[in-house]
Design a protein around this ligand. Structure first.
Ligand SMILES: [Mn+2]
Length: 301
């Protein structure tokens, strides 16, 4: 027995998994440059790494294999505080390289703007970009926010539309928006939208059929971007911009399962963003975030 292997722990990887290596890379992206309300998302990757050591590693539905056996920790993207455009470029470069080496990436934010970087990376890496799936209480599709700022966590979807040109955008779970951005989204020829209320009214089967038909109607890689504020603040208070009457965890899990099951190997990037430990009393949202990471790994094929 090598005592260095046994008695020296390598704490502070996600769940204590090995550094990449082989497997699906989990990449921390502690980007937080464009806060409009409560700050703190930059601390999420570090807090999740530290606390995830102490949880059981069981996904919501036990499919009979060790979900962590297929994951590795890639570390954090090192960023330049406050320089949003340059950070998006860095994220793009890192994720592009990771996609070349491992074929897919799970990113842990950080603010939602990082999804512009991962979307550009996916497009460049695969030479095409199929479907952007935006799971969020918000549309993030303003022209400027705050007024005068063209690129922020509240506007980046417009940049994805203009620069990356997805074949299809699927918005799941919005319930709070500005009329201007709702009009923008609805006027897009290639967007579909189910609000939180719509999702709640659908059965699991109806949702699966709806998702399957859409994913099968378009080709190319799929990008799933989940803002945890889509969840109800009673189970996810640890966010910057909480919105009432959100999804239960079970309702979010249906969405994740439908997209990952039917998307299969076409799903190349999953972003889990906007968890904010400083806004999370007693880190009570953290078990939900941990479960979400395990469930994403569980269904990622
Ligand atoms: Mn949001």
């Amino acid at each position: 027995m090598d005592s260095l292997d046994f008695y020296v722990n390598t704490l502070n990887t996600f769940f204590g998994i090995s550094r990449c290596g082989s497997g699906v890379p989990i990449l921390g992206i502690p980007m937080e440059d464009t806060v409009s309300f409560r700050p703190g998302t930059r601390f999420a990757p570090g807090v999740i790494r530290q606390w995830s050591q102490y949880f059981e590693f069981t996904p919501s539905i036990d499919l009979g294999f060790d979900v962590l056996s297929k994951a590795c920790d890639l570390g954090d993207v090192s960023l330049l505080q406050g320089l949003v455009d340059r950070n998006v470029e860095r994220i793009k470069a890192v994720v592009n390289e990771a996609l070349s080496r491992w074929g897919r990436v799970i990113s842990i934010g950080g603010e939602h703007t990082l999804s512009l970087g991962t979307a550009r990376a996916l497009s460049e890496n695969r030479g095409s970009y199929g479907i952007y799936v935006h799971v969020d209480a918000h549309l993030d599709s303003r022209e400027e926010w705050p007024i005068g700022q063209p690129l922020s966590h509240a506007t980046f979807v417009r940049h994805i539309v203009r620069d990356v040109k997805p074949q299809l955008l699927i918005f799941l779970g919005p319930r709070s928006y500005d009329p201007e951005e709702l009009t923008f989204v609805k006027d897009l020829e290639n967007s579909v939208l189910l609000t939180t209320k719509d999702l709640r009214l659908m059965s699991k089967y109806e949702l699966r059929m709806w998702v399957r038909e859409l994913l099968d109607s378009y080709s190319g890689p799929i990008h799933l971007s989940i803002d945890v504020d889509v969840l109800d603040p009673s189970i996810m208070p640890g966010v910057g911009n909480p919105e009432g009457l959100g999804l239960s965890y079970g309702e979010l899990l249906r969405v994740v399962e439908a997209v990952l099951d039917h998307g299969g190997s076409r799903v190349r990037v999953v972003d889990l963003v906007e968890y904010s430990p400083p806004n999370d009393p007693n880190l009570m949202s953290l078990p939900v975030v941990i479960k979400l990471i395990l469930d994403v790994l569980n269904y990622l094929t």
